[in-house]
Ligand binder design. Sequence first.
Ligand code: AMP
Ligand code: MG
Length: 335
Amino acid sequence: MNTLRVPVDPWNPDPAVLREAAAVLRRGGLVAFPTETVYGLGANALDADAVRGIYRAKGRPSDNPLILHLACREEAERLARPTPRARSLMSAFWPGPLTLVLPARPVVPAETRGGLDTAALRMPDHPVAAALIEAAGFPLAAPSANLSGRPSPTDADSVWEDLGGRADMILDAGPVSVGIESTVLDMTAEPPLLLRPGGLSREVLEDFLGVGLGCPEVPSARSPGTRYRHYAPFVPVWIWEGGPLPEGADPGRCGFMGLTSPSAPFARSLRFDSPENYARGLFAGFRAMESAGVLGIVVQWPPASGVGLGLRDRIRRAARTGAEDDSAASASLGL
Ligand code: AMP
Ligand code: MG
């Protein structure tokens, strides 16, 4: 497949380019586009064949459901059955990095839902994403635009690296602003369950709702995506919590990423001046270190507050080597 890569102005995308991308989507094709969290690989969420194309292109397990991206809040009523509490979250935090899991209406194909009876909905906060969904006229199913298991793409080069030849079109609007995926909340549970920490912090949500969020004992049961090793570079990732370096991590041949540096000099090093910038740079950092030829990456464990909880989740799963007890893993996040 020939993949067309088109530059677009992030604030003021060219309507002709959007029309062309919308036509590709209408034909059942795949268009990678920027959101504020990471780049997504979009297809018509209401067309089962188009959605199957996403799973094929990414090599994604078909029981891992997709998030439906909307251009307006009203669309949520047509696709799902929001509770009053879900509606108040939409008013407060959409557009933004918050995905709500709600009882699905039959119009959402089983392929999009990964066979579940719920649908995950979000309204992205990016002018290109909003304009593309608007131009298409239907919601876009859009997982991150990477090969399954690889670090999510935060710029178009990363999308190209994984999906060049596998997507019809890539809209290149430069680097994203948040850098990790949305927070996923299951609104069918009482209190709502934090299925995936992400761009919107747990503290902000709990303050707003006035309740503590539940955390799944075994994340895999309700959110299939949390079951897989994910976000991982090809080289090993070690978590560093301060003190001596992890065993096997030879600084002379490894990279380091984090908020403060250990005393040993690393072959490559990326230091971030805030957890927000750490989140923005994590995935691109993984890819850059890998291309630089390091033998492994030592990654500093961030504080659990704010975006740090989502960052911990991505780091933990990138560092994971095999089957692991999920409840122990969620305890290690501080959940
Ligand atoms: P991605 O699009 O790759 O960022 O992954 C989407 C995440 O949302 C995965 O962790 C999915 O398991 C989760 N998800 C999507 N739809 C649902 C749903 N209906 N119920 C629970 N989790 C969902
Ligand atoms: Mg993903």
